[in-house]
Design a protein around this ligand. Structure first.
Ligand SMILES: O=C(O)CCC(=O)C(=O)O
Ligand SMILES: [Fe+2]
Length: 166
């Protein structure tokens, strides 16, 4: 617990997605946010009643986790840092935002982010040579972000494996 408190920062971000006017033609579906995985530890998302978030399943299908958004529901998503810490046991899903309606969408995201200088190191308990060999070498979160930014982040996503694969 102490290690978690000492190693983590939190960011809250409020995001607005404008709707795609129907004048854009019959097919006015619009990409609000391109497909990506979150790089942080855990993301908790809350949205207004306007849908748009889609999550890709392990078999490649896009699903709407909040097909009937309620004021009491949150989406909790694993980021790549927790994927690495758990040695691949927890899956960081690709997700995107599609704007299909005629109302603006607002979302609030709470992102837990490793502090600068904190080394993400898979605990020994998560590694077993036969079934769960080590996937990632220890790395610093902002080192990985810099590596991503230099590569163009969304245009040319660079996997964590390419950065620090074991
Ligand atoms: O607005 C949303 O629901 C998703 C936001 C998101 O994926 C992000 O900020 O990384
Ligand atoms: Fe995201």
């Amino acid at each position: 617990m102490d290690e978690h408190m000492n190693s983590t920062n939190y960011i809250i971000r409020v995001q607005k997605y404008d709707y795609a006017p129907k004048s854009h033609g019959e097919n006015h579906d619009q990409l609000g946010l391109p497909s990506h995985t979150d790089k942080n530890m855990v993301t908790i998302l809350y949205q207004n009643e306007v849908n748009g978030l889609e999550i890709q399943t392990k078999t490649g299908q896009w699903i709407a986790p909040n097909s009937r958004p309620s004021p009491n529901s949150f989406v909790v998503m694993i980021g790549e840092s927790l994927h690495a810490w758990t040695n691949g046991r927890l899956h960081p899903p690709h997700h995107r935002v599609i704007m299909a309606g005629d109302e603006a969408r607002y979302s609030i995201g709470l992102f837990s982010i490793p502090k600068p200088g904190y080394i993400i190191k898979t605990p020994e308990e998560m590694v077993d040579e036969e079934k769960h060999p080590l996937l990632f070498k220890p790395y610093e979160y902002f080192g990985f972000l810099d590596f991503q930014i230099k590569a163009g982040v969304i245009a040319t996503p660079v996997s964590l494996k390419a950065y620090c694969g074991a």
